[in-house]
Write a protein that binds this ligand. Structure first.
Ligand code: HEM
Length: 612
C-alpha cells in the first residue's frame, strides 16, 4: 500500500510545512487535526472512512470534516453567541419556547413511529452527539440555580420567574454547553469563526453499522463469509454486546451492542433498533450472495453486501421518507428523486461532501413529531409504553422480555406525533430522562442555532426566495399573525429572529409536511449529498457502480421488506411502513412485500479461488 497523504482536517488540503509546525505545538495536533488519505483509485468503491467520496476533495466526507454552511456564520466578539442588533443578549430560548410551543401530544394522521426511528438514525449516521457528554451528567453551567457566565463552554438557558412549569420548582436555569469545535482541540485559533468538530462521516453511509474508521471496521468484521461478527441472543442475531456506552442499562440489562459506531448506535431506541435491522441485513445479504457466488472471497462478499445495504438505505431515505416530507412532486421537480429505470449521473466534482450546518440544526424540528413514549405491541395487542428519553444509551432493553419484537411491532402501529406547535412533554421538559431534573429540547434546538453562529431568519429568507422582512407584518406570508405578534413582543428587531424559532413556527407548505424555510434547507442538503458523493447509489459513472439490473432491484425494496427480512419476528406489515396502517395501507403477509432479487449479482467470471 502507498503511504497515506496527510490532509488538514479543517482546510481540506495536504498539510503544509507551516501548518505542520503550528500543529506540532498542539497536544495530539496531528492525530486530531489531520486526516490520512490513501490515494484514491478509479476501481474502488465507498470507503468506510469516507475519504475519496469526491476524489477532487479526498479528505472531505471523512471523519472530522467541517460542516459546510449555506451562509457565513455570525458570532459575537471572540466567538461568543450572536447578540441582538442593539448589542444586548437575545431573548431566553426557554421563554421563546414556552411562548410559542406548547406541551402535549396529538397523533399524526399519516406517519408511523417507524419513520421517526429511521430518520433519527440518519442523524446519528451524519454527525456525532459526543458533545452532550459535556453537560448531560455533570456541568457547572447552572450551579446555584444561576446561569454561569464565566465558563466559556457554558451557554445556560435562563428561565423566567413566571415560567408556566418551572416557577413551581423555582428552577431559573437550564444546563447547556457549547458543541466541540476545532478551536477547542487547538486545530484552529479563536480568531477564526468557531467551527464544529465531528468524528462521524457526514454521509449517508450507515456508519452506525459499519463505523467511521477502517480500524474500527476491522474489529467488527467476522472475516468469514463477508459477515459482520455476530452472536445469538436467544433466537436473535445481534452484534457482540460488550460496548461500554450504555450507561443507562439497569439490571438485568447487560447487552450494549458493538455497532460500528457504538456510541451513536446505542444512543436512542429508534437508533439501536434501526441499526440492528441494517446490521442483520448485512449478514443476510452476505449469506445469500455466498450461496449465489460460492467462490467469492470474504472481502468480495463483505464489500458487495455493504454496497447493497447502503444502497437500499439511501433509496429508502430518499424515495420513501424525505420525498414524502417534501411532497413527492416537489422532490421530483427539485431533482431529489427521479422516475427512471436508468442511472442518475448527477455527481458533480465541484461539490464538497458534507452535511450543511443549517440542515443538522433545522431538522431538529422533527423533534416535534417524535413521540415522548414508545409503544410496545404483541400480536396487535397494546402492552404499554416506555418513556422515550429513559431508553437513551440503553440498548440492553432489547434482549429482555421480547422487547425488540414488541418495540418493532409498536413502531408499525404507533402514530408519530402530529406536525404542530405542540411538543411531547417527555422531550419538552425532560429529554435526558431521570439523568437531569429538567431540560427543554426545542429550547436547546434554538440555542444550538446560536451556538452554530447561524445568521438570523431574515438572511435565510433572502436566499430561499422569500422577501426579507422590514416590518413585522412582512412575516405574515409564512407565519400566522398571532405568532408574529408574540415575536414582536419578545424580540426588539425583525433582524433578531432566530432561524430555528422560525423553523418551529412557520406554517407548513400546502403540498408538503415541512415549512418553506425548512424545505429550502432540506432541499439544499439532499442535493448536496447526491451531487458530492461519487458513490451515491444511483450513480453509474464509476467502475464499482451497481449495474442497471442491480440498481433496478434496489429500487424494488422498501423499509417494509427490510423489517420482514431482518426485524425481530415481523410476519405481517403494511407495505408503506413509514405510514400508519389504514384501509389503503393494510398489513399483508411478508411474502407479499417485494424485495431485491440477488440473482442479479450472480457472477460467472470473478472467481479468484478457481484461479488459485
Ligand atoms: C424524528 C426523530 C428525531 C430527529 C429527526 C432528531 C434530530 C436531531 C438532530 C438533527 C439533532 C442535532 C444533532 C447534532 O447537532 O449533533 C438532535 C439532537 C438531539 N436530539 Fe434528536 N432527533 C430525533 C429524536 C430524538 C429523540 C427520541 C430524543 C430523545 C429524547 C432526542 C434527543 C436529542 C438530544 C438530547 C439531542 C442533543 C441536544 C443538544 O444539542 O444538546 N432526539 N436530534
Amino acid at each position: 500500500q502507498e503511504a497515506p497523504v496527510l490532509y488538514d482536517a479543517y482546510f481540506g488540503k495536504p498539510i503544509s510545512d507551516k501548518r505542520n509546525n503550528y500543529l506540532a505545538g498542539v497536544a495530539n495536533g496531528t492525530r486530531l487535526c489531520t486526516v490520512p488519505v490513501q490515494p484514491c483509485t478509479k476501481e474502488e468503491g465507498r470507503r468506510v472512512d469516507g475519504t475519496c467520496t469526491n476524489p477532487k476533495y479526498p479528505s472531505r466526507g471523512a471523519s472530522m470534516t467541517p460542516l459546510p454552511r449555506m451562509l457565513q456564520p455570525q458570532f459575537g466578539p471572540g466567538n461568543t453567541l450572536r447578540p441582538a442588533r442593539d448589542g444586548s443578549e437575545l431573548p431566553s430560548a426557554r421563554y421563546l419556547r414556552t411562548s410559542l410551543i406548547a406541551d402535549g401530544t396529538f397523533a399524526n394522521h399519516h406517519f408511523s413511529t417507524l419513520s421517526t426511528h429511521f430518520f433519527v438514525t440518519t442523524v446519528a449516521d451524519n454527525v456525532d452527539l459526543l458533545y452532550i457528554n459535556r453537560y448531560a451528567r455533570v456541568s457547572d453551567c447552572c450551579l446555584g440555580n444561576t446561569p454561569n457566565r464565566v465558563n466559556p463552554i457554558c451557554i445556560p438557558i435562563p428561565v423566567p420567574g413566571d415560567d408556566p412549569y418551572l416557577r413551581i420548582a423555582q428552577i431559573r436555569c437550564l444546563n447547556l454547553t457549547r458543541v466541540i469545535t476545532y478551536q477547542d482541540l487547538g486545530c484552529l485559533p479563536n480568531s477564526l469563526p468557531a467551527e464544529r468538530y465531528s468524528v462521524v462521516t457526514p454521509l449517508l453511509d450507515l456508519s452506525t453499522v459499519y463505523g467511521n474508521f477502517e480500524a474500527r471496521n476491522r474489529m467488527i468484521r467476522a472475516y468469514q463469509g463477508g459477515e459482520l461478527a455476530f452472536r445469538m441472543e436467544g433466537n436473535r442475531e445481534v452484534p457482540e454486546g460488550n460496548s461500554v456506552f450504555c450507561t443507562n442499562n439497569r439490571p438485568p440489562e447487560i447487552s450494549c451492542y458493538n455497532y460500528g459506531d457504538d456510541f451513536q448506535g446505542n444512543l436512542l431506541s429508534g437508533i439501536f433498533l434501526t441499526s440492528m435491522w441494517f446490521f442483520r441485513e448485512h449478514n443476510r445479504l452476505a449469506r445469500q450472495l455466498a450461496k449465489i457466488n460460492p467462490c467469492w472471497t470474504d472481502e468480495k462478499l463483505f464489500q458487495t453486501a455493504r454496497q447493497i445495504n447502503i444502497a437500499q438505505y439511501q433509496y429508502i431515505f430518499y424515495y420513501e421518507l424525505v420525498s414524502e416530507f417534501l411532497g413527492r412532486k416537489n422532490a421530483l421537480s427539485e431533482g431529489i428523486i427521479y422516475e427512471t429505470d436508468g442511472y442518475v449521473n448527477d455527481f458533480d466534482h465541484r461539490y464538497e461532501p458534507g452535511v450543511f450546518r443549517e440542515y443538522i440544526i433545522g431538522i431538529r424540528w422533527f423533534h416535534n413529531y417524535q413521540p415522548g413514549r414508545t409503544d410496545l405491541y404483541r400480536n396487535g395487542r397494546y402492552l404499554g409504553n416506555r418513556p422515550t428519553p429513559d431508553d437513551e444509551l440503553r440498548s440492553g432493553i432489547l434482549a429482555i422480555n421480547n422487547t425488540e419484537a414488541d418495540l418493532t411491532e409498536g413502531s408499525l402501529i404507533q402514530p408519530a406525533d402530529k406536525f404542530d406547535y405542540v411538543m411531547a412533554p417527555d422531550l419538552a421538559e425532560r429529554y435526558f430522562g431521570d439523568v437531569q431534573l429538567v431540560n427543554d429540547l426545542p429550547a436547546t434546538d434554538i440555542m444550538r442555532g446560536r451556538d452554530a453562529g447561524l445568521p438570523p431568519y431574515n438572511h435565510y429568507r433572502k436566499i430561499c426566495g422569500l422577501k426579507p422582512a422590514k416590518h413585522w407584518e412582512d412575516f405574515y406570508d409564512t407565519i400566522d399573525k398571532d405568532k408574529v405578534e408574540t415575536l414582536r413582543r419578545i424580540y426588539d428587531d425583525v433582524d433578531d429572529v432566530d432561524l430555528m424559532v422560525a423553523v418551529y413556527i412557520e406554517r407548513l407548505l400546502p403540498d408538503a409536511y415541512v415549512s418553506p424555510i425548512l424545505y429550502c434547507i432540506m432541499t439544499h442538503n439532499l442535493l448536496l449529498w447526491r451531487r458530492s458523493d461519487k458513490f451515491f447509489f444511483e450513480h453509474g459513472d464509476f467502475p464499482a457502480a451497481l449495474t442497471i439490473p442491480q440498481l433496478n432491484e434496489v429500487r424494488k425494496t422498501s423499509i417494509a421488506r427490510v423489517l420482514c427480512d431482518s426485524g425481530d419476528d415481523v410476519k405481517h406489515i403494511q407495505p408503506a411502513a413509514f405510514f400508519r396502517r389504514s384501509p389503503w395501507n393494510y398489513p399483508v403477509p411478508c411474502g407479499k412485500i417485494p424485495g431485491i432479487d440477488l440473482s442479479k449479482w450472480k457472477d460467472d467470471h470473478w472467481c479468484p479461488k478457481d484461479k488459485e
